[in-house]
Design a protein around this ligand. Structure first.
Ligand code: SAH
Length: 259
């Protein structure tokens, strides 16, 4: 089997540039974990650089043709190929509560869902690195005040230090995607426990950004806050004007309000 036929519905754009693949693999600091899970290895362009590192590399791939290809070409991956949909897979069937890193040149059609699943499993994921559609990588890393700052930025940065690393051109892929790509990395904060309820923070952030042009006083009406709380100056702001810390402080105030 020479190569895998690219399938559009699976977001398959295979990276041709070896140096980009190596640079992505090298973003991991390998500290605090012994295993790495690569999502969507395709034909293994990134996998082969991971296999050179002092770490156990697992891959999860939805495409059976790619799985077959990997089995033939990478003997070292034996027993470490998970032929499943990452979004539906119970990660602990393999990792059993252990710490592991996530890496990938991700399928762009499910990239935000990959980040949300990572946040859900953050207790086990100290490091996450990979390539997204450029706008998505930027959005995760954006700070308050920017147009791209949104739900993904606030929730990722509540638990992780994030860094946009470099941009990758469309012509180093086969077939080339319509958009540029961006490589980013998230490292879990030393103390990532929140001083407020996590579920409430998610609700506040999502509700506020659903109507991002409105002030919080208007957008958070559905949360039935007391009139006294709603007089607080913070409610004059629009969501993109609040930093991550300010969203956490707002959530604490809402909690104290007793809703
Ligand atoms: N990493 C490879 C392939 C990138 S294309 C490279 O850089 O060349 C994205 C890959 O993700 C494809 O191989 C696709 O089959 C796989 N994929 C798509 N959806 C997936 C899912 N839900 N779970 C696991 N893999 C998926």
């Amino acid at each position: 089997m020479e190569k895998v036929t690219a399938k559009k519905h699976l977001g398959q754009h295979f990276l041709k540039d070896e140096s980009v693949a190596k640079n992505i693999a090298d973003t991991l600091n390998l500290e605090g974990y012994e295993d790495v899970l690569e999502i969507g290895p395709g034909m293994g362009v990134l996998t082969k650089y991971l296999l050179e590192k002092p770490i156990n590399t697992y891959v999860i791939e939805i495409d059976t043709e790619s799985v077959e290809y990997l089995g033939v070409h990478y003997a070292k991956l034996k027993d470490k190929i998970i032929s499943k949909d990452f979004l539906k897979y119970d990660i602990n069937e393999v990792f059993k509560g252990k710490q592991f890193a996530i890496i990938g040149n991700f399928p762009y059609n499910i990239s935000t869902q990959i980040v949300f699943k990572t946040l859900e499993y953050r207790d086990q994921i100290p490091e996450f690195a990979g390539m997204f559609q450029k706008e998505v990588a930027e959005r995760i890393c954006e700070k308050k005040g920017s147009k791209a700052y949104g739900i993904l930025s606030v929730l990722a940065q509540a638990f992780y230090d994030v860094e946009y690393l470099f941009t990758v051109d469309e012509h180093v892929f086969n077939p080339p995607p319509k958009v540029k790509s961006g490589v980013m990395r998230m490292r879990r904060k030393e103390d990532y426990s929140l001083p407020c309820g996590e579920k409430l923070l998610f609700t506040v952030v999502k509700t506020a950004f659903q109507q991002r042009r409105k002030t919080l006083r208007n957008s958070l009406k559905t949360l039935n806050l007391s009139d006294i709380l709603r007089e607080d100056e913070v409610f004059n702001l629009r969501p993109e004007q609040l930093s991550v810390e300010e969203f956490i402080a707002l959530t604490q105030k809402i909690e104290a309000d007793g809703v």
